[in-house]
Design a protein. Structure first.
Length: 306
């Protein structure tokens, strides 16, 4: 799975609505995988319930080897209740399991073609108005968007264009109770030329829009690569960050001691701001077996459960 990019999986699962075909819990091997979670601890130890200070989630695409039903069963087994980056085609399964779609997707054209491009505003407006209705009617709240790639455009012009484009959909989002989130990416490693590659640009966009129905998805992995200074940035600007993603730096894998970020300290800083949104795991698990990939998710949830 770690050789598959988020872009490809989002295109194949969310934008096409194809999803990944499930074969049932036992047939896919999850029935044998789940007991392996406990094997990461002493066999006499009972899993400690989550503390309740953090609303945990996991990004759908990073566990794309599991069917949506299998991922829902895994989430329930691990004791939390949300999955990120799920499109309408999979919402019925989430509802079956009582799991929140903590960040909805599917309205976007692509990661590269976003709101900084004026020539795309008509298409984006039509897509987002339609999707806002889908999200609201399903009882969800959060919907992702992207700045798009600069392609020679200055940050100033990109900001002005994004304000104009987003202003066309935010009144309707407010009417339907939906919050639009722009995700911050790094342009150094993963998303070359992406405009919203730093927190300052995103915060300026929030200030210009002045809407409670627009916020930033602060991706900790991406911002560590782009600018670092994670905890201070969160403490000083938490009012603009309505959702968080995790992954280890470098490599975008597990958030354990193999990488440079102290996620326990970061999660604690987030909680101390009074944050009530979602912290979603978006690392790409490295183990070869399904059981151990699930164990990686359990470990990440425990690290961030402060």
């Amino acid at each position: 799975m770690h050789n598959i990019t988020r872009r490809k999986l989002l295109q194949s699962m969310a934008m096409t609505g194809a999803g990944i075909a499930g074969t049932g819990l036992a047939a896919a091997g999850l029935a044998t995988a789940m007991p392996a979670i406990a094997s990461t601890k002493d066999s006499n130890t009972v899993n400690t319930p989550l503390k309740g200070n953090v609303n945990h989630s996991v990004s759908r695409w990073t566990y794309g080897d599991l069917s949506i039903e299998e991922l829902c069963q895994t989430v329930k087994q691990l004791g939390f209740g949300a999955i990120d980056l799920v499109g309408p085609e999979d919402w019925p399964v989430l509802k079956q399991y009582g799991i929140d779609s903590s960040m909805c997707n599917g309205a976007e054209i692509s990661l590269e073609d976003g709101f900084i491009h004026s020539e795309l505003h008509d298409e984006l407006e039509a897509r987002y108005i339609k999707h806002i209705d889908l999200v609201a009617d399903a009882g969800y709240k959060n919907l992702i968007c992207f700045s798009g790639n600069a392609r020679g455009m200055s940050p100033k012009v990109g900001l002005e264009n994004a304000v104009k484009g987003l202003s066309r959909i935010l009144p309707y989002a407010e009417k339907r109770g939906v919050v639009i989130f722009m995700e911050l990416f790094n342009s150094k490693v993963n998303h070359p030329d992406y405009m919203a590659d730093n927190s300052a640009w995103g915060i300026d966009l929030c200030k210009r829009l002045g809407s409670q129905h627009f916020s930033l998805l602060y991706d900790i992995y991406h911002m560590q690569i782009s600018e670092g200074d994670i905890i201070r940035t969160i403490r000083d600007n938490h009012q603009y960050f309505g959702h968080y993603h995790t992954a280890g730096v470098p490599g975008r894998h597990e958030i354990d001691a193999s990488q440079e970020l102290n996620y326990q300290a970061i999660a604690k800083a987030i909680v101390e701001t009074g944050f009530k949104g979602y912290l979603a795991q978006e690392f790409i698990p490295t183990p070869k077996t399904k059981a151990n990939r699930i164990a990686s998710l359990q470990q990440a949830i425990e690290i961030c459960d402060v």
